[in-house]
Design a protein around this ligand. Structure first.
Ligand code: C2E
Ligand code: CA
Ligand code: CA
Ligand code: CA
Length: 283
C-alpha cells in the first residue's frame, strides 16, 4: 500500500505540475490575445415569456486560441480575473457588443425593434475600476447608444465586497438609465436585506434552481419565493438555463418575465444571431 500511495502521489504531483504549466502558458497567451484579436463574442437570445419574442441578447466572450482552438470562458475567465486582464477584455466585449447592437438596430430599422437590448457581464474587478463610468459614457456617446438598451450583469459578490463603492457606481448607472442585473442569483451570499438597498432592475435566477423546478418541494418553492420577493421589490426576473418545455411552462405560470437557455437557443455567432433576428423562429 505504501508504494502504491507513493506512486499515486507522484502521478498526482505530475498532474499538478502540468496543470500549473498550462495555466502559466494560458496566462502568457491571454496577455497577447487582445492585440492579436483572438476574442469574439457570441450572443444568446433572451426571450419574453409573455410574447415569446426575443427581447435581447447576452454577450458571452469566446477565445479562439491559435493552437488550442476555442477555450471556454470557464477556463480563461478565472485566469483573466486573477491577472486583472479581465479589465481590458471586459471593455473590449462591452464595446464590441454595443457596436453589434447598434448594427442590428440599423439592420432591422430602429423603429421595428427600438427595444432590443444587450446584456453584458461585468466582473468584480471591472466593477471596482474608478474609470468604469467614464469608459461606458465614452462608448455610449461614440455609438450613439441609449443607456436603457444596455444591461450590465454583476454577481452578488460585486455588491457585497464593497457596498459603499458599489452604491456609487449603481447610482451613476441609474442616472444613465443603464439596467442592472444580478447574475447567478441564489448561488452567492444572497441576503434579502441587502437587495433593496441597491437599484437592481433584474434578477437572473441561476440554472441550478431552474433545473430543479420540477421538484415540487425544493426547486419549485425556491423559484416561487424568489419571484415573489423580486416582484415585491419591483424587479423583473430572467430564468437562466431553461432547457425543457416543462420548465418554460412552469416559469410562465409563475409569472417569470424572461427566459434564456438551450430550449430557445444556444449562444450564437453574430451572423447567426442576425439571421435569427431577421427571421424570428416560432418558440
Ligand atoms: P453566465 O454569465 O452565467 O452565462 C451563462 C452561461 O450558461 C453561458 O456559458 C451559457 O452558454 C450557458 N448556458 C446558457 N443556457 C444554458 C442552458 O440551457 N444549459 C446550460 N447547461 N448552459 C447554458 P459560457 O458562455 O460558457 O460562460 C460561462 C461564464 O463565463 C458566464 O456565466 C460568465 O460568468 C463568464 N463570462 C462569459 N463571458 C463573459 C464576459 O464577457 N465577461 C465576464 N466578466 N464574464 C464572462
Ligand atoms: Ca451572465
Ligand atoms: Ca448567470
Ligand atoms: Ca454562471
Amino acid at each position: 500500500a505504501k508504494t502504491l500511495g507513493k506512486a499515486c502521489y507522484q502521478v498526482f504531483d505530475t498532474a499538478m505540475h502540468q496543470h500549473a504549466q498550462t495555466q502559466l502558458r494560458l496566462e502568457t497567451d491571454l496577455r497577447r490575445a487582445i492585440e492579436r484579436q483572438e476574442f469574439l463574442v457570441n450572443y444568446q437570445p433572451i426571450i419574453s415569456l409573455t410574447t415569446l419574442e426575443i427581447t435581447g441578447f447576452e454577450a458571452l466572450v469566446r477565445w479562439h486560441h491559435p493552437q488550442r482552438g476555442l477555450v471556454s470562458p470557464g477556463q480563461f475567465i478565472p485566469i483573466a480575473e486573477e491577472t486583472s486582464l479581465i479589465v481590458p477584455i471586459g471593455l473590449w466585449v462591452l464595446k464590441e457588443s454595443c457596436q453589434q447592437l447598434v448594427t442590428w438596430q440599423q439592420m432591422l430599422g430602429g423603429e421595428t425593434v427600438p427595444t432590443l437590448k444587450m446584456s453584458v457581464n461585468l466582473s468584480v474587478k471591472q466593477f471596482s475600476q474608478p474609470d468604469l463610468i467614464d469608459r461606458i459614457d465614452q462608448f455610449l456617446e461614440q455609438m450613439e447608444l441609449q443607456g436603457h438598451l444596455l444591461t450590465l450583469e454583476i454577481t452578488e459578490s460585486a455588491l457585497m465586497d464593497n457596498p459603499e463603492a458599489a452604491s456609487q457606481v449603481l447610482t451613476a448607472l441609474r442616472d444613465r438609465n443603464i439596467q442592472l442585473a444580478i447574475d447567478d442569483f441564489g448561488t452567492g451570499y444572497s441576503s434579502l436585506s441587502y437587495l433593496h438597498r441597491f437599484p437592481v432592475d433584474i434578477l437572473k435566477v441561476d440554472r441550478s434552481f431552474i433545473n430543479r423546478i420540477e421538484d415540487q418541494d425544493n426547486g419549485l418553492r425556491i423559484v416561487e419565493a424568489t419571484l415573489a420577493m423580486a416582484h415585491s421589490l419591483g424587479m423583473q426576473v430572467v430564468a437562466e438555463g431553461v432547457e425543457t418545455q416543462a420548465q418554460a411552462l412552469q416559469l410562465q405560470q409563475l409569472g417569470c418575465e424572461y427566459a434564456q437557455g438551450y430550449l430557445f437557443s444556444k449562444p450564437l455567432a453574430a451572423e447567426t444571431a442576425a439571421g435569427v433576428l431577421a427571421q424570428p423562429p416560432a418558440f
